[in-house]
Design a protein around this ligand. Structure first.
Ligand code: AMP
Ligand code: ZN
Length: 467
């Protein structure tokens, strides 16, 4: 069986991945807060962990992997939208309007992520459907001395857990110095964080031993992962920004409730996404959603391909230029694999690259190799593993239809041009270069080989005359 190596944030090293139960590999990834459309940065953990999910399914079998990604549907911004709608005269109770807002956001999220080729996780729990489990977990933490009630709030006693800060390798005192901790008179220690807080009558709330209220964000993931994956499981993922406080807090809660279980074995964090070299933000005017891009005609496969071009532990830059390059490469490959029937094997080199801590840029270079070797069956199967093609070549790839003969001819002429250059037959090499221009074929020579596209002036007979 393929050996998978993954970088574990908790040990700061790349290690051999040994699932607790190889018949049921279990992964939890923190999902979105569903108050609005997903922005492009939100797509990064989705694509990264979907690629890991696909690799795990490939290695362990599709029925032997359980992937959970939650929806956080308890949130002030969701409440604010619901209240604004009620004030504008929308019918229904506040609870119904809150539910409507999160329903519509979840629907958008699924539509957008489907278009990015992300498989639906095995379970997509909504926090509001696990309130009982959260209340039980909080009560257990109080009983064990790790949490306390104060003025309708329940707080986690951070100093009661010696391992706090271990994930990020920082001491509690360092973290207090760096963090914006909320000071409140009822807290024993400023570091203590909220497990439960009271809800006013004008806000959604649930009954609890501590009065009507709602859960804190961190307890949601501890309760849902425990319910769906058990007290210990294999992989826990999310963006880098969640390491502290969210993941430190999840660990503290789950480890204090079940000290011997171990909680998540491997912690994985994706780096952040930027746009044209800058942090994406509304004030810089470079903020956009996945839906914005799709609506502008950037295909989901192109977005995914650009993301896979950067290793997940490196900051990634979205640029229009990368999107154009991705479009050209994918179009070329889709034309090539039109000749393949889907019976091919996934390339071992692609699998090996992914098994090496999800080295997706290297996997892409292997796709270029497959194309250069004209292994269309291997290319098709490998594109499929990477989520870059479903059952069929996407429609957009045919927006200037290229027939199989043309593709084969251009590829053959490119091979000939490379040979001519190697043999210092510059007359023939130049003839081919100029011939491509006259025929309306754009050739883009890059470090990873040549890609091509057809201009609207493409003329097949001029191309054929080059033979
Ligand atoms: P949120 O809805 O803000 O809780 O975020 C959902 C997921 O998106 C989390 O895993 C975040 O770490 C991730 N995320 C948010 N912004 C970015 C970004 N700019 N780049 C990469 N991941 C991000
Ligand atoms: Zn979480």
């Amino acid at each position: 069986m393929t050996e998978i190596r993954l970088y574990n944030t908790a040990t700061r090293s790349k290690q051999l991945f040994k699932p607790l139960d190889p018949n049921n590999v279990r992964m939890y990834v923190c999902g979105p807060t569903v108050y609005d459309r997903a922005h492009l940065g939100n797509a990064r953990p989705v694509i990264v962990f979907d690629t890991l999910y696909r690799l795990l399914r490939h290695v362990h079998g599709p029925d032997h992997v359980t992937y959970v990604r939650n929806f956080t549907d308890v949130d002030d911004k969701i409440n604010a939208t619901a209240m604004a709608r009620r004030q504008a005269g929308a019918p229904g109770s506040l609870e119904q309007l809150v539910r409507e807002r999160s329903d519509e956001t979840i629907r958008w999220y699924r539509e957008d992520m489907d278009r990015l080729g992300a498989l639906r996780p095995t379970h997509e729990p909504r926090a509001t459907e696990y309130i009982d489990q959260m209340v039980a977990l909080i009560a257990d933490l109080i009983a064990k001395g790790h949490a306390y009630e104060a003025e309708g709030h329940v707080l986690f006693r951070v100093r009661s857990y010696a391992g706090y800060g271990r994930l990020s390798g920082r001491s509690v005192d360092d973290m207090i110095a760096g963090a914006r901790v909320e000071v409140a008179p009822f807290k024993e220690d400023p570091m203590d964080f909220v497990l439960w807080k009271p809800s006013g009558d004008d806000l959604p709330g649930w009954g609890s031993p501590w009065g009507r209220g709602r859960p804190g964000w961190h307890i949601e993931c501890s309760a849902m992962s425990q319910e769906l994956l058990g007290t210990s499981f294999d992989i826990h993922g999310g963006g880098n920004d969640l390491q502290f406080p969210h993941h430190e807090n999840e660990i503290a809660q789950s480890m204090c409730a079940h000290p011997d279980a171990g909680f998540a074995q491997v912690w994985m964090h994706n780096e952040m996404l930027q746009v044209e070299g800058k942090k994406m933000s509304k004030s810089l005017g470079n903020f956009f959603t996945v839906h914005d891009l799709l609506a502008q005609g950037v295909p989901g496969e192109v977005i995914r391909f650009v993301f896979l071009g950067t290793h997940y532990r490196k900051p990634m830059d979205w640029t229009a230029e990368k999107a154009q390059g991705a479009r050209r490469t994918l179009k070329k490959w889709y034309a090539e694999i039109a000749l393949a029937d889907g019976r091919g094997e996934v390339d071992a080199g692609v699998v090996a690259s992914l098994a090496n801590d999800l080295n997706t840029p290297e996997a892409i270079s292997k796709l270029h190799d497959l194309s250069a070797r004209q292994d269309w069956h291997g290319l098709r199967a490998s594109l499929r593993l990477l989520g870059l093609i479903g059952r069929n070549v996407p429609d957009w790839a045919g927006d200037s239809p290229v027939d199989a003969n043309t593709t084969a001819l251009i590829e053959a002429l490119l091979v000939e041009r490379a040979e001519a250059r190697r043999n210092k037959d510059f007359a023939r090499a130049d003839q081919l270069r100029d011939g491509f221009v006259t025929a309306g074929v754009i050739i883009m020579d890059g470090a990873e080989g040549s890609t091509w596209d057809l201009t609207p002036e493409f003329d097949k007979s001029t191309l054929e005359a080059l033979k």
